[in-house]
Design a protein around this ligand. Sequence first.
Ligand SMILES: Nc1ncnc2c1ncn2[C@@H]1O[C@H](COP(=O)(O)OP(=O)(O)OP(=O)(O)O)[C@@H](O)[C@H]1O
Ligand SMILES: [Mg+2]
Length: 185
Amino acid sequence: MQPDSAEIELRLRDEAATSALAAVIAPHVQPAFVIYLSGELGSGKTTFTRALLRALGHPGRVRSPTFTLAEPYNLPNFELYHFDFYRFCDSHEWRDAGFDEVLDGDAAAIIEWPEMGGPALPAPDLWLRLAHSERGDEAAAERIVTLASGSQWGLACVMGVVAALHAGLLAGVSLRAASLPPASD
Ligand SMILES: Nc1ncnc2c1ncn2[C@@H]1O[C@H](COP(=O)(O)OP(=O)(O)OP(=O)(O)O)[C@@H](O)[C@H]1O
Ligand SMILES: [Mg+2]
């Protein structure tokens, strides 16, 4: 296992649980922090981003970038870009659109549908994979999310989520599986 790799799987009971998770992740987001958001249509990627932006101090509306492809936010401490690559047909389009300049800079980035960006897309610090619950209609608002770290920053974030869970600070969120690096003394 890589020293900075950790992966946890969580059950989110409802949208409030998704927002609570976003609030715990928010303090770890910093300039140049990259979050990938994967998951089928309607799994909650934009909903998660809305809660994250609220927690980061953005008071206004958060529009889905499905059609605009990118939405910039001037947060109190740094700039953040919310991207949605769903409409891209080939893996060069994000560069053709000039998004490589943003991703090479100091802005934080949240990327929905990163799979459409191809292998040249900068690696994420944190990768969230959202899915509807296997329990279907029985729990329409339930989601399963996997959080994987891709850097020391991402690792600190995943460990922060685990600590918040253990401290009982994440209502409606439960741990299903965890693969964490060994604790160092
Ligand atoms: N636990 C939950 N977490 C997130 N969203 C939820 C949850 N329960 C219900 N929802 C609802 O599911 C929908 C998720 O839509 P959203 O636009 O966030 O999905 P998306 O993954 O961004 O889809 P797309 O791929 O089309 O961009 C919203 O209507 C939201 O209210
Ligand atoms: Mg979306």
